[in-house]
Design a protein around this ligand. Sequence first.
Ligand code: KG4
Ligand code: ZN
Length: 360
Amino acid sequence: MHRPLTILGIESSCDDTAAAVVRDTDILSSIVYGQTSLHAQFGGVVPEIAARAHAEKLDHCVEEALAEAKLTFADLDGIAVTAGPGLIGGVLSGVMCAKGISAATGLPLIGVNHLAGHALTPRLTDKLAYPYLMLLVSGGHCQFLIVEAHDRFQRIGGTIDDAPGEAFDKTARLLGLPQPGGPSVERAARTGDAKRFALPRPLLNQPGCDMSFSGLKTAILRARDGVVFDKGGLTPQDQADLSASFQAAVTDVLIEKTRRALDAYLLMQPAKPAFAIAGGVAANGTIRNGLQTLCAGLDTDFVAPPLELCTDNAAMIAYAGLERMQAGESDDLTLSARPRWPLDQRASPMLGSGKKGAKA
Ligand code: KG4
Ligand code: ZN
């Protein structure tokens, strides 16, 4: 048995400034400052504004995380920081902050891949054993990963264009529903007829686990324009039917592709098969229920961490750093920030390996 490590985590790769303290699998504190209001008028995250806001907030965030954990730097074993992928200015702000603390305190510095943070979260929340299958699905990510070890990930599929969260956000904009689009489309869909509009299920007829959501954005635009052309506008029922039809298309694609990803994963004959999801889209009830039912039919545990740990946070970075440190790994002050950093270096490059979309 190893002695429990206490790690400070720092995250600033997109539009959340976050710091957290994790001891073993206990989250002692987790502070997240969002920047939504700073970017609202621009329709997406503005990298320079994000970087400046991170630089202003990071040290307060670290102070708060330590205070809430009732610890000082002297109680820590290391500083873990997101070193990529993400918006370079934001990642640099975090890396510089962590380097400063490391230089001043002598604590080891541990660079963490942001996607590894998401992918290892089920170990922090549910102590999942390797290997497990993971679906990262948000406004910026969409990929299937078989997580074999803290530093071994097999990407077996992902989006070839947009992430589903981005498609939800675009759909909401097209239908005149508020942002973020996911929750408002889900709400509208509750009273809608999912069969009224025949939207495509992109790449469903092709083998493998790759997905595509950009065609669906165009299809919803055409369907909306058709209704507007006929009636001169959208009624609340039209909004509901378009939302339900869109959500059904995304759900069908995610479930069928997950079925195939599970087939590939179960070939590894894991002792305790498990499938976990992370990312904002994992909050969607229809998608979540569909995935849960699929897993139940395949005797596979379904793990959905609490939403605040599915979306960007620093507890996941602290925990991923903790696993690196337990494996005897750390970095030094030459650690650099990487805008792109695929988890699976063997897989061919694709958009899903970085961060893009409305939040990136
Ligand atoms: O993980 P997240 O907070 O941030 C990143 O994208 O990194 O995910 C945000 C995305 C947004 O696109 C939002 O519309 C989507 O997750 N989302 C949802 C739901 N709640 C949030 N999509 C579908 N259904 C939801 N209930
Ligand atoms: Zn993320």
